[in-house]
Design a protein around this ligand. Sequence first.
Ligand SMILES: Cc1cc2nc3c(=O)[nH]c(=O)nc-3n(C[C@H](O)[C@H](O)[C@H](O)COP(=O)(O)OP(=O)(O)OC[C@H]3O[C@@H](n4cnc5c(N)ncnc54)[C@H](O)[C@@H]3O)c2cc1C
Length: 470
Amino acid sequence: MSRHLVWLRLDLRSRDHAALQAACRDPDSEVVAVYLHTPGQSARHDLGARRSAFERDALAALQPTLARLGIPLVQAELDDYAAIPAWMVERVRAWGIGAIHAHRALEIYEQRRDEAVAAAVATEACRLCLYDDVCILPPGRVLTRDGRPFTVFSAFKKAWLQQLPTVAAAQPQPRPRRQHFLPLCAEPTPVKPQEQDWPAGEAAALAALDAFVAQGLADYAWARDRCDLAGSSRLSPYLTLGCLSARQCLHALYRQGPVDAPGAASWLNELCWRDFYKHILVAFPQVGRHQAFQAATDALPWRYDELEFARWREGRTGFPIVDAGMRQLLQTGWMHNRLRMICASFLAKDLFIDWRWGERHFMQHLLDADLAANNGGWQWSASTGNDAVPYFRVFNPWLQSRKVDPQGHFIRQYVPELAAVQEVHTPVLRHADYPAPMLDHGQARQRVIAHFRALRGDSAQLGLWADDGS
Ligand SMILES: Cc1cc2nc3c(=O)[nH]c(=O)nc-3n(C[C@H](O)[C@H](O)[C@H](O)COP(=O)(O)OP(=O)(O)OC[C@H]3O[C@@H](n4cnc5c(N)ncnc54)[C@H](O)[C@@H]3O)c2cc1C
């Protein structure tokens, strides 16, 4: 009788799960699933309480699903990754595990953790088997003709689309085990209050995917840019925790009809961005260590003003659309994509505060906090990344506000001080409870452009940036 351990990470589901499938391949094998909480490590990686609670809820939802498949779920709390090899060796020995199955991590600390575990359990004649399952197409698969990673999204997407037909079908749940060697509910997880907008777990994630594809996709191409509408899928918290695989999203797209229809093509484009940033993180691991992709931009004289940073964080900038976005983040743990771009541009360009401060704040508060996507989004917005917005493009918060929230419904919801104000985008009167704009956007724009131009003058490398002559 062989015994297998499935080491769950950001893949909290039972369907379309390569590691679980592999562990269950032999119908007679006994399988145990393990999830290791490492709060010390999470704190070092800036992951906030909200995402951790969502993760615990997703595990609580997964436990009975796995129990029905005859797979006990064991959870343990260790401080950090350094404690994992010894824990695994002890369990492998106690349970007689022949193989550990898990999905290949893309981040550098997680890769080192896995190397250490593989070496430790090898002493017990146990193998750590890793499977590519996080992206639709795994890092290393989408390369230029001469085998280099793409750094420009449009070229990456062209090659990615050509390879899409090779993506395997989504896998169903494995068949229930005939027997198990641990009690099925050995360590039940207390159920916590659920996130209102994101009920935890795989079933909720699949229901949200089905609902979006049936009702949201047709209008997605235009509605995605409106923060006053539920125009995008809002699946990112589920995708980040792996309650849903990106492959399942792709196959849901295939099932609904042609993928070149406007809504479907536009959504496929976003799934491609998800893969793109993960491929970038693997090919250029320095971006995961808080370094700018365009290393020369680290010489910019970024500002570090704590008081101004606090006003941005708390939504007290006096720019209603920025404040509404920042308050949405604090209240719900999520922010609309256009608002992430507007708020990030405001911090990095208008306030000229180091984008890493903003990146960290988003990591601490987002339910969908994901190193690759968050870093990619911040470096794009700050013009420090690969294929980033050109440095001279500085989002105008007044104009953006009218585009993303034409009637001001969203602003009134999150900035109640302005609920009764007619001209909500550019409030002309001073309102007792609402601050005046903290800066002059035109002057701020000139300042950031001047800094980038001065840097460009100093550095030949900055020929990488196009200039529209403005
Ligand atoms: C500054 C900044 C920070 C960001 N931080 C994160 C983050 O920590 N985690 C995260 O998942 N996304 C992040 N994004 C990307 C994007 O804003 C969110 O993925 C999106 O808003 C999620 O909403 P949705 O699920 O309705 O997306 P949809 O529009 O329905 O897109 C479907 C899925 O595609 C993926 N996706 C969409 N846009 C992007 C993108 N630009 N980059 C990478 N993946 C994308 C997400 O998984 C998303 O759920 C960030 C963007 C910016 C500008």
